[in-house]
Design a binder for this molecule. Sequence first.
Ligand SMILES: *[C@@H]1O[C@H](CO)[C@@H](O)[C@H](O)[C@H]1NC(C)=O
Ligand SMILES: *[C@@H]1O[C@H](CO)[C@@H](O)[C@H](O)[C@H]1NC(C)=O
Ligand SMILES: *[C@@H]1O[C@H](CO)[C@@H](O)[C@H](O)[C@H]1NC(C)=O
Ligand SMILES: *[C@@H]1O[C@H](CO)[C@@H](O)[C@H](O)[C@H]1NC(C)=O
Ligand SMILES: *[C@@H]1O[C@H](CO)[C@@H](O)[C@H](O)[C@H]1NC(C)=O
Ligand SMILES: *[C@@H]1O[C@H](CO)[C@@H](O)[C@H](O)[C@H]1NC(C)=O
Ligand SMILES: *[C@@H]1O[C@H](CO)[C@@H](O)[C@H](O)[C@H]1NC(C)=O
Ligand SMILES: *[C@@H]1O[C@H](CO)[C@@H](O)[C@H](O)[C@H]1NC(C)=O
Ligand SMILES: *[C@@H]1O[C@H](CO)[C@@H](O)[C@H](O)[C@H]1NC(C)=O
Ligand SMILES: *[C@@H]1O[C@H](CO)[C@@H](O)[C@H](O)[C@H]1NC(C)=O
Ligand SMILES: *[C@@H]1O[C@H](CO)[C@@H](O)[C@H](O)[C@H]1NC(C)=O
Ligand SMILES: *[C@@H]1O[C@H](CO)[C@@H](O)[C@H](O)[C@H]1NC(C)=O
Length: 425
Amino acid sequence: MSVIAALALGALVETASAAVAPTFTAPAPAPTDTTPFYVGASNGTIQNSPLVPGKVFDRFIQIWLENTNYASAASLPEFQALSTQGITLTSYYGVTHTSEPNYLAAVGGDFWGLYDDNFVAIPSNMSTIVDLLDEKSISWSEYMENMPTDGYAGFNYTNSDGYTYYVRKHNPLVMYDSVAQNSTRVSRIRNFNDFAVDVGNNSLSQWIFVTPNLRDDGHDTTVAYAAQWLNYWLPSLLNDTNFNNDRTLILLTFDETEIYTINNQVYSILLGGAIPSNLRNTTDDTFYTHYSTLSTVEANWDLGNLGRQDTNKTVSNVFSFVAEATGYQNMNVTDIPLLNITETIPGPLNPEYWVPYLAPMNGTGGGSGATFISPGTNMSLNMNTAPAPVNLTATMTGGASIALSGQRAWAALGAAMVGVAVSWL
Ligand SMILES: *[C@@H]1O[C@H](CO)[C@@H](O)[C@H](O)[C@H]1NC(C)=O
Ligand SMILES: *[C@@H]1O[C@H](CO)[C@@H](O)[C@H](O)[C@H]1NC(C)=O
Ligand SMILES: *[C@@H]1O[C@H](CO)[C@@H](O)[C@H](O)[C@H]1NC(C)=O
Ligand SMILES: *[C@@H]1O[C@H](CO)[C@@H](O)[C@H](O)[C@H]1NC(C)=O
Ligand SMILES: *[C@@H]1O[C@H](CO)[C@@H](O)[C@H](O)[C@H]1NC(C)=O
Ligand SMILES: *[C@@H]1O[C@H](CO)[C@@H](O)[C@H](O)[C@H]1NC(C)=O
Ligand SMILES: *[C@@H]1O[C@H](CO)[C@@H](O)[C@H](O)[C@H]1NC(C)=O
Ligand SMILES: *[C@@H]1O[C@H](CO)[C@@H](O)[C@H](O)[C@H]1NC(C)=O
Ligand SMILES: *[C@@H]1O[C@H](CO)[C@@H](O)[C@H](O)[C@H]1NC(C)=O
Ligand SMILES: *[C@@H]1O[C@H](CO)[C@@H](O)[C@H](O)[C@H]1NC(C)=O
Ligand SMILES: *[C@@H]1O[C@H](CO)[C@@H](O)[C@H](O)[C@H]1NC(C)=O
Ligand SMILES: *[C@@H]1O[C@H](CO)[C@@H](O)[C@H](O)[C@H]1NC(C)=O
């Protein structure tokens, strides 16, 4: 991005933040109420397959907030109050910067070398946690605040008040074509009016990802604002057995730190009735990352794995009380890797260190199941056979780079290059 473009963007961001009210105003009396503010009216209660018991929990709910250093969240009374009810994870890390690659990683086990928040669509031969859950008929859904309609695939959405509350970059599963291009699956990405109805009818799925809007998650505001939203949204739901019963595990976390020059440690709390009472109001200093959410779910339901970072033992410790109950052996990571590295990680979405989308490697995840292979996977294109990273920026010249735009163009060129390479063989 040019300096001028960066400055212009900075100015826009500042204008947007300046317009935001400093204090949170509840859009409805309770999170179980519907409101036009959430945009599309609910299309009725979600249909779930019969409950599949897990070893430690029957429902896993993740709630993601944005861009906050560990210490900033830890200093606020709202988080302190919640921490007395659960297990505070004092060594939990985001996996890179910016935001979007962290969301991709949490469902796909990789961030594909991405280091910006551009529009991406991961090809349908790349698996996600949904493939592992569907293999065992474990129901799942996402709830996105201010996403207008179920399965909406647009880049963002602006409410009638003129504010853009919803962004695709915080909606992990819609960025994967294996979900977005399948109408059955994509309809399980729902908005907050659906959430109200699904809770009201005691029909929440077993794996749930919750993304509050750009103000409520702290992205366009502050962590103090996010804490006010949380104080509206979470405590009453913790008391609602349709949301939280004695078989529910909840992870409250942040995508990444605000500052890039420190390692990526984010404040995270495990909550919910599945936590043994003797572990409430305690801390756990085991090293976890967003990949731990995959391995923990795999361990709980004895699932297969994605054959990516969910099988990398260094970065995928299982939440320790789940590891103990399932017999999973965690690693004692004393030398915590730097997870604030951005731009220099090779991948199909990194134009300067480009490698193609690779087949998964056979590995062991949190469960005993096999590595999932998506339909359409070229098994001979894997980590062992991968070409060295290519600098597409350097290989592109003049007119071509102007005619094409953005990462989809880089990916298209990359695919074309592989096509050429294959035809030479
Ligand atoms: C429900 O379906 C109707 C008709 O397709 C649509 O207008 C509405 O926005 C949908 N609501 C949601 C939350 O998707
Ligand atoms: C929303 O999308 C439009 C069109 O792509 C873009 O110009 C705008 O910057 C986006 N806004 C946000 C907040 O993402
Ligand atoms: C869509 O997803 C459903 C649920 O996993 C699956 O049964 C179906 O085969 C998928 N359809 C296609 C065309 O992949
Ligand atoms: C139950 O779902 C129906 C639609 O399927 C909805 O009209 C109703 O309000 C829901 N009940 C509660 C208590 O939310
Ligand atoms: C939740 O229940 C606890 C214990 O009964 C109570 O102290 C607390 O006020 C309740 N919180 C909300 C928000 O209803
Ligand atoms: C990442 O964090 C470490 C501190 O843990 C710091 O020394 C390093 O400079 C950071 N890297 C970047 C690229 O900012
Ligand atoms: C939580 O633990 C701390 C000590 O670590 C103690 O001072 C505090 O009273 C406890 N709070 C609750 C609500 O149990
Ligand atoms: C596993 O994770 C560590 C820490 O991020 C990294 O150094 C290592 O390369 C990873 N291994 C594989 C096979 O990806
Ligand atoms: C992890 O290793 C360190 C250094 O060897 C040791 O001090 C610590 O007790 C170990 N922790 C666990 C939980 O084994
Ligand atoms: C993984 O194992 C399967 C089944 O044994 C095999 O077909 C596949 O080629 C293996 N993949 C790699 C990358 O070794
Ligand atoms: C996955 O699909 C993409 C897009 O069709 C293709 O470029 C890539 O080579 C495929 N990778 C594997 C390992 O099948
Ligand atoms: C890739 O090529 C571009 C254009 O020549 C150059 O500016 C950039 O530094 C290169 N990147 C790397 C990682 O070598």
